[in-house]
Design a protein around this ligand. Structure first.
Ligand code: OAD
Length: 257
């Protein structure tokens, strides 16, 4: 069994085992090891594209072709990405009954590709395009090719069915995420800077409802030392990989039911 006495990953695994009803909240950091850049920081998308110019509904309505410069890059990068060991590890933890659900801010579909079944997509998914004029929807692969802007049958430029700044969270996703937060025993927050509202409220809702909060992130966030009970400092694949191995060990029995 990896990890020694006082090992925080083992401590988190024990907490998950005893409290049960484990829910994960993921952000861009979990997909960094799949080659998808995160948003903040020197290598992030927002260092290259000012979100006020490229990621608001207002910007899209004003100049959709310009916003598609950024969207094309996201669709191409995400479309070519494969799930990494962290996505696969979370799916394995769901399969063995340890993790109940994944709430993700990511729009890359990599949790589903890894085999996670209960995934709540808080910010939508790049796989679908929507017309903001007539509300018709299309699978992205049917309407978009690199270097083009996708058009609706009504002639307007389509938008990926993801949440841009200034747009509401899809109501069902928000309802389900808040319900998961209110009723979980442990919320494992992975790879998010927790700077974007209302997603950043999810850990606080869980905490106020009595859950323990475990954070997996190499960096400090606004949650660390505040909402977070155990901060596991490392990459998502490294820490989740270690967790999976701990749960495979018969001396750390996974929760059932
Ligand atoms: P951010 O880019 O804000 O934060 C990514 C976090 O991942 C940071 O805290 C990093 O320290 C951490 N990180 C980096 N590499 C990691 C790794 N290998 N393992 C674990 N953690 C790692 O991304 P989000 O918090 O997801 O929304 O951003 C939230 C929202 O802001 C996005 O959904 C998007 C963006 O604007 C919208 O566009 C509406």
């Amino acid at each position: 069994m990896p990890g020694g006495r006082g090992d925080p990953v083992r401590e988190a695994a024990r907490l998950m085992s005893t409290r049960r009803n484990v829910v994960a909240l993921t952000g861009a950091g979990i997909s960094v090891e799949s080659g998808i850049p995160s948003f903040r920081g020197a290598q992030g998308m927002w260092a290259k594209y000012d979100p006020m110019e490229y990621a608001t509904l207002h910007a899209f309505m004003l100049s959709p072709r310009k916003v598609w410069e950024m969207l094309s890059e996201m669709v191409s990068v995400c479309g070519g990405a494969m799930p990494n060991a962290a996505h696969k590890g979370l799916a394995a933890l769901e399969e063995t009954g340890v993790v109940r659900a994944v709430i993700t801010q990511n729009v890359d579909g990599l949790h589903q590709a890894a085999g996670s079944r209960r995934v709540i997509e808080y910010h939508g998914n790049l796989d679908e395009l929507i017309c903001v004029y007539c509300w018709k929807r299309y699978p992205t692969r049917e309407r978009w090719t690199p270097g083009t802007v996708p058009l609706c049958d009504c002639g307007e430029i389509l938008k990926p069915n993801v949440v841009l700044f200034g747009e509401p969270i899809p109501w069902l996703a928000q309802e389900q995420a808040e319900e998961e937060a209110r009723t979980c025993g442990v919320l494992v927050v992975i790879g998010t800077s927790a700077q974007v509202s209302p997603a950043c409220d999810i850990p606080r809702i869980a905490k106020e409802s009595g859950a323990a909060v475990v954070e997996i992130n190499p960096e400090e966030t606004s949650l660390s030392g505040n909402v977070t009970d155990i901060h596991l400092r490392g990459s998502a694949s490294e820490v989740i990989g270690k967790m999976v191995r701990l749960f495979q060990d018969p001396t750390t029995p996974p929760p059932r039911g």
